[in-house]
Design a protein around this ligand. Structure first.
Ligand code: G16
Length: 552
């Protein structure tokens, strides 16, 4: 009887959310992403899947974030978060895609029941389940939350927490902390998130503050209220001045501002330029993206020249700082030197100069495909895994065994004691679940303060090779298939050979092509020794992509 009641509730709820015709949904780099108006049925399906996943994992809390991050305001999206705060287990992505593409209520229900059966999940109310969700500031968000809640409403006995409007990293943090034992990951609340981060920051800054004002471009998104909240927790230790904080102006989100704009255009957002804030010496600024999980720094160098400090530069700054701390902590036997391995994980987008810089300083570097899930898993293999995409998405993971080593370490000198405490504070400052613009920003500020550096000294580590990022619109981006951490194409047939030829003609040339997992386009990356060289290479490769997408 209970099952019949459940099925009838599910059917009634699902009838209100039919799949739009002619759309093929796919769980991509960061969940489902498309125009917000197309997504209600997908939201409904994600509710079903989140409940299924939670029940499968014995009632552990599963997170659901409604955002399209760096994409335009009219887009929206949804991604599921696993109990540890990581992205959804990739083996479940196909289940999400399967449910989202069911064309009728009947097929959705049958597919869902079959899936539960196949995964051996009991659907009745006795099997506990817990869901935590949040959304960003997009206008379509409210309606999508309604569709999501309609999906949840078919189930009895659910534990549900609606966090409201927050950044993606807040949601990941709360999920991780909720599922952790004895509060070891911090308090499982939004306040707990800010308290833990701000507390660790103040410890690390000590008497080095207050630091010079940092200008933060909030992309007119959810980062704006987050920066304002963080500011109140930081007090005077780091004065933050928010820019582009208009979360209710129609069309403003990610428009002419934000991390993606700055990285792709390699230029200041016009609003920042007009305000003339960076004209003073030693002034640094940063841009967040639409859900505040990415950050890009920049400043104006000699002659007012724009200088970019992207994810690669952050990885370099942080990795070398951590290596120095590990050395100072003398974690080895009887006060011996380092026993911990600090490694960096990058993608093919990492500037060639950054990889050379790291390797030249003895830092192990791994290259993986785009997408935080890939970087995160590779970073877990190190004692301290620093992972950053060039676009500013990343974090630093401390392995459980390294944290245990720190916890029981008995320092033999004041220096080693200070370094050990600083490493522990860093493990609390840095979001252990996912890339987090706010936590990364504080991390950069800590390293600069400890080094006594301005952006200029940080930037001096290496000179980026001139590079270009181009979006190419094609009829079917799924024609493009890659291998070797996306550095080579396996399809369309013959394209890679002509690309290799084009690359070979340009001094220090490198280029690759891959389908985007968040937008309907193919991305082209090119770098070379000179600006003229990279422009030629990017144009040639983009033209070849267009040509081969037509001949298939
Ligand atoms: C998402 C992913 C990132 C990825 C970016 C672009 O970022 O989380 O790992 O680099 O999309 O991906 P693609 O090139 O496949 O479109 P965000 O900030 O949009 O969530």
């Amino acid at each position: 009887h209970e099952h019949a009641v459940f099925l009838s509730a599910l059917q009634k709820a699902a009838d209100a959310y039919p799949k739009p015709q002619g759309v093929k949904f796919s769980y991509g780099t960061a969940g489902f992403r498309t125009l917000g108006e197309r997504l209600p049925s997908v939201m409904f399906c994600c509710a079903l899947l989140a409940v299924l996943r939670s029940k499968k994992l014995g009632g552990a809390a599963i997170g659901v974030m409604i955002t399209a991050s760096h994409n335009p305001e009219q887009d929206n999206g949804v991604k599921l978060v696993d109990p540890s705060g990581e992205m959804l287990d990739p083996t479940w992505e196909s289940h999400a895609t399967l449910l989202a593409n069911c064309t009728s209520t009947e097929s959705l229900i049958t597919t869902f029941i079959d899936l539960a059966h196949h995964l051996r999940v009991e659907l009745d109310a006795c099997a506990p389940s817990s869901i935590i969700y949040a959304r960003d500031t997009r206008p379509s968000g409210k309606k999508l939350v309604e569709a999501f809640e309609a999906g949840l409403s078919a189930f009895q006995g659910l534990k549900v927490v609606d966090l409201g409007v927050h950044t993606t990293p807040v949601l990941h943090y709360v999920v991780r902390a909720t599922n952790a034992r004895d509060g070891e990951q911090g308090k499982p609340t939004v306040e707990g998130y800010y308290e833990r981060m701000a507390g660790a920051f103040k410890t690390l800054i000590g008497n080095r503050g207050p630091l010079p004002t940092l200008y933060v471009d909030c992309a007119n998104g959810v980062g704006a209220p987050a920066i304002s909240t963080l500011s109140s927790y930081l007090g005077t230790s780091l004065p933050l001045q928010a820019m582009n904080d208009s979360t209710t102006t129609p069309g403003a989100l990610n428009s002419q501002c934000g991390a993606d704009y700055v990285k792709t255009r390699q230029a200041l957002p016009p609003s920042v330029e007009d305000a003339g804030l960076l004209d003073k010496p030693d002034t640094r600024s940063c841009s967040l993206d639409g859900d505040a999980d990415r950050i890009i720094y920049y400043y104006l160098g000699e002659g007012g020249k724009f200088r970019l400090l992207d994810g690669d530069k952050i990885a370099g700054l942080v990795a070398l700082f951590l290596m120095d701390l590990v050395k100072k902590a003398k974690l080895g036997q009887e006060g011996g030197e380092d026993t911990a391995e600090v490694g960096v994980v990058q993608t093919a987008y990492a500037n060639g100069s950054s990889t050379k810089y790291l390797k030249g300083r003895g830092v192990p570097v791994t290259c993986v495909p785009t997408g935080v899930k890939h970087l995160h898993h590779a970073a877990q293999k190190y004692d301290i895994g620093v992972y950053f995409e060039a676009n500013g998405h990343g974090t630093v993971l401390f392995s459980p065994s390294f944290l245990s080593t720190l916890a029981v370490h008995e320092p033999t000198s004041p220096d080693s004691s200070t370094a050990t405490k600083q490493l522990l504070a860093l493990s609390q400052l840095i979001n252990q679940a996912v890339g987090d613009a706010l936590s990364d920003m504080l991390l950069v500020e800590v390293v600069l303060a400890h080094r006594g550096w301005t952006a200029v000294e940080w930037d001096a580590a290496y000179e980026d090779l001139p590079n270009r990022l181009v979006k190419v619109e094609v009829a079917d981006r799924f024609l493009f298939e890659t291998t070797d951490a996306e550095r080579k194409l396996t399809s369309p047939a013959g394209l890679q050979a002509v690309l290799d030829e084009a690359v070979g003609k340009v001094e220090m040339g490198r280029s690759f092509v891959r389908p985007s997992g968040t937008e309907d386009c193919v991305r082209v990356y090119a770098e070379a020794k000179t600006t003229a060289g990279v422009d030629t290479l990017a144009t040639t490769v983009s033209d070849l992509v267009k040509q081969y997408s037509k001949t298939q």
